[in-house]
Design a protein around this ligand. Sequence first.
Ligand SMILES: NC(=O)c1ccc[n+]([C@@H]2O[C@H](COP(=O)([O-])OP(=O)(O)OC[C@H]3O[C@@H](n4cnc5c(N)ncnc54)[C@H](OP(=O)(O)O)[C@@H]3O)[C@@H](O)[C@H]2O)c1
Length: 291
Amino acid sequence: MTQQTYVTLNNGVKIPQFGLGVFLVDGDNNTEDAVIEALKLGYRHIDTAHAYFNERGVGEAIKKSGIPREEIFVTSKLWPTEYGEGLTYKAVEKMLKRLQLDYIDMVLLHHPMRDFIGGWKDLEKLNADGKVKAIGISNFDKDFNKLDELLKVAKVMPAVCQSECHPYQTQQKLRNALGKYNTLIEAYYPIGHGDKNLINEPIFTKLAQKYNKTNVQIILRWHIQYGNIVIPKSSNPVHIKENFEIFDFELSPEEMEEIKKLDTAKYYFLVPFAEYEKIIDGYNENVAKYD
Ligand SMILES: NC(=O)c1ccc[n+]([C@@H]2O[C@H](COP(=O)([O-])OP(=O)(O)OC[C@H]3O[C@@H](n4cnc5c(N)ncnc54)[C@H](OP(=O)(O)O)[C@@H]3O)[C@@H](O)[C@H]2O)c1
């Protein structure tokens, strides 16, 4: 089993730097299978969300794994319809039930919409009450006004900002904005949501040959050395294993620099705010149903 790395969040909580993302893993049963497979291989960090409709599968897998609770780091995310003082507290209590957990390691505000300030205030209370060990945000990288609004009132600074991040988009602006709070970047779409153009960049093919690894393993190793928390999704057991085997080699500083040249600040997911809001609202009904 490879030795994974841990990083320390700005509140002192330790988090495995690498985890399994379960966005688009279809349903609780498939999610349970993927999470059990990952936990067997040594993964100790799972990233889910209310809007992935599979938190119950995550909870079931953790229970069945027999692994001590404190060894596993679970992140989930609240939907904008769950934001608001009083409302968010209750939403997390329901989340705890869906996950069959006494506490959640980290809860994020999934999108910078609706009453995210009220949501944050409740997250701070949940954090103080020990129901949530760390609190963070997601997708606050495209509208810095909202980020500033939150940071102005926050008593607890976000532990992470989970954002699209890969070699084409290294999130320099966000890193600069959050560096003084020691808020870490948690990379979603770490392999470009599976984009073959990114995965097959010649630099990754060259390094894959050198280190006897796959191109995806080179990209994931780059994330680790770049200091990102990284949560690639897979429901394919071969990929789940492959993605975790990145802790037995190291890219040189020159190779890290060469990969940096791919950064064009490209986003795979970029739409005008009104359209973004519409896409998000499209989930509201199903989020309410997966209660
Ligand atoms: N906060 C947010 O708004 C947000 C948004 C998006 C994602 N996320 C989080 O970030 C996680 C990762 O993002 P993502 O799932 O969208 O994109 P991703 O991890 O960059 O890519 C996932 C895609 O790559 C494929 N893949 C995985 N390992 C592979 C390998 N070794 N070789 C070839 N293909 C491979 C997967 O297919 P297989 O399943 O077939 O392996 C899947 O199609 C999500 O699961 C979620 O937890 C958060």
